[in-house]
Design a protein around this ligand. Sequence first.
Ligand SMILES: Nc1ncnc2c1ncn2[C@@H]1O[C@H](COP(=O)(O)OP(=O)(O)OP(=O)(O)O)[C@@H](O)[C@H]1O
Length: 356
Amino acid sequence: MAMEGANEECVGPSSEAAGKASTCDGCPNQKACAEGAGRQEDPELELIRARLQHVQRKVLILSGKGGVGKSTLAAQLAFALAARGLRVGLLDVDICGPSIPLMLGLKGQTVHQSGSGWSPVYVTGEGLCDDEEDEVELGVMSIGFMLPNDDDAVIWRGPRKNGLIKQFLTDVEWGALDYLIVDTPPGTSDEHISLVQYLAKALGPHDGALVVSTPQEVSLIDVRKELSFCAKTKLRVLGVVENMAEYATPLHTLGFRDAAGADVTSATIEMLRAQCPQVLELIATADIFPRASGGAEEMARKFGVPFLGRVPLDPSITIACEQGSSYAASARRLGRNNLLQPLVDGLLASAPKAED
Ligand SMILES: Nc1ncnc2c1ncn2[C@@H]1O[C@H](COP(=O)(O)OP(=O)(O)OP(=O)(O)O)[C@@H](O)[C@H]1O
């Protein structure tokens, strides 16, 4: 119910978004609502705490900016952690743009409901674990599993989206997990405020946010806002990662054109193969996005939060995501350097298991 004298689209003083929603801007009651005056604790927060009590670590993947690789890193981190024999859950709360089912190779799967809640959809397959004999324990939940058609648009207003996010937290039967990775939509919207408030009682001291940026200023501007959001909502920042830090690919995979624009790829590759074959195996790199003002590392330093490292823009990561497969497993099979390893190591170090 709206407060007296409140703005027209008042979310109500008992709402989790009270005083913080965009519609609260300029309202005379904004301060009181933001401080929680008149708000009673949502009894479902206790339910969420109970549901997630056997989840050792909760990691929210955040970025103020869209398209910087949140879902990519969420998906590939989930694969990589599960490959180590850890029990992993991946929750996609990007209600309007759920890409996690595709990136996990689970497109077309549906969620099963039992008396005690929704069962996640599980990733299965051979060769996903570092120890080839083992099987991965990786459960996934996304609205994408509930849409009858992939092309259907979810055009929901905030309260309905918040309702589903809450239901994902109260109703999904994750069981005991080492890590729950939560992929979020871009920005610092009502959904983010709700998510953090719903998790308020469930977050432990090692839980928090992994904040993703690309190097250029247009991304850093929005990511600084995300870091301010974390500070305001008292969400611990586990670390910042700079994604698409540079373009990196073996030289032999590049295409070549002459000055007139004609494709001379095969002729160039043949010439190199004949004259200097080892050159073809070199990794060609390029700074596609200019690193403005020191990039994400400098931004992390200024905010006093850990910098977990850089992940290059690498076609093999894109391909793994398009195919719904594990990049780390394919790098291992091909004997290639795993470009995500520093990030995985940094995350494990920032959020050690309880008994460590
Ligand atoms: N390091 C990388 N190397 C290669 N491709 C990448 C990398 N990171 C992301 N991509 C590609 O960039 C595209 C956008 O990534 P992704 O969907 O993960 O971004 P997002 O931040 O989750 O987007 P949104 O904000 O829309 O949810 C995808 O096609 C993904 O495969």
